[in-house]
Design a protein around this ligand. Sequence first.
Ligand code: ATP
Ligand code: MG
Length: 369
Amino acid sequence: MTTYSLLILPGDGIGPEVMAEVRKVIGWFENNRGLSFDVSEDLVGGAAYDKHGKPLADETMAKAQAVDAVLLGAVGGPKYDELDFSLKPERGLLRLRKEMDLFANLRPAQCFDALADFSSLKREVVAGLDILIVRELTSGVYFGEPRGISADDTPGNEGGRVGVNTQRYTSGEIRRVARSAFELARKRGNRVCSMEKANVMESGILWREEVQWVHDNEYPDVALSHMYADNGAMQLVRNPRQFDVILTDNLFGDVLSDAAAMLTGSLGMLPSASLGAPMANGRPKALYEPVHGSAPDITGQGKANPIACILSFAMCLRYSFDLGVEADMLEKAVEQVLADGLRTADLMGPEGGTPVSTSEMGDRILAAL
Ligand code: ATP
Ligand code: MG
């Protein structure tokens, strides 16, 4: 039997509260589906700083490199606001992302029918929505050189300065994130739409050519289309259900994934993942985490919605462990409790519902499973 190794880093604030519910879910799959997980737990962020004097200990980093997947809660909190930049809780997360070289950031936008009225768009546009944005995370205009602000004495330039960033992508950087997107598409609806601006950007031309190359040579079975990113933004709010996997660069992905998040509603519902290169066992390095932060305003009150973290674990089942059936079960259980009207405080809309605490929500999801 395969044993899946998991490193759990609950972190700070509501991180440990929502992660406790994920641990219940893991226990359920072990007891009822015969799955075997080798789970270890460690500190990150402020919790790690309190114990080790830095936001991620070297031993924790080494563990993260060795496991099949890392599951993270949240980091940060007002207690750590005055810390030196290099000691801040967020640096622990940044170190994980950087040293694991997690170049593909996955942001699903899934709209559960019971929450369709939470969307910024009309119910009939978003009900049943299930798309995945794959954003390149380690290159592009946020990192390219040259960059900076300098004097510019061109006649007529009022203010006399110029600001420069460089959008730079190598073919290798494009091919590896394209492979991630095609692999993910095979576990979903088997369609990829790649977005760039090949009409006005050289890096966009290269992006389109390289994505097409990876498709033609390695993933001809996946349906590939290309779209200019501005049109993509329009299509995302006009008819988002036309998409399965959207593949895009760091800058466009930043904008498009935030727009997509508003298609589905509460911050407490949004999972994410970051993937790196395949390891010796063929699975990508991976870190799964809810999109929300440590939410100090509701910490310790049993108010946190555990669903974002639970759905992050569903992504882990699907994308790191190839357990698509179990991932579907978990997502359906979430759908069920929402349809039953159970609501943590963040999901309480005008139509009301049955208020539940963090742990009650977890229990009801187990019952639905
Ligand atoms: P960070 O800088 O860590 O992203 P933030 O303050 O920007 O922190 P969050 O910590 O995510 O963002 O909190 C934003 C708001 O959303 C807060 O009012 C918080 O209580 C609420 N919130 C965040 N996550 C959840 C959750 N899982 N359940 C309920 N409410 C949440
Ligand atoms: Mg924030």
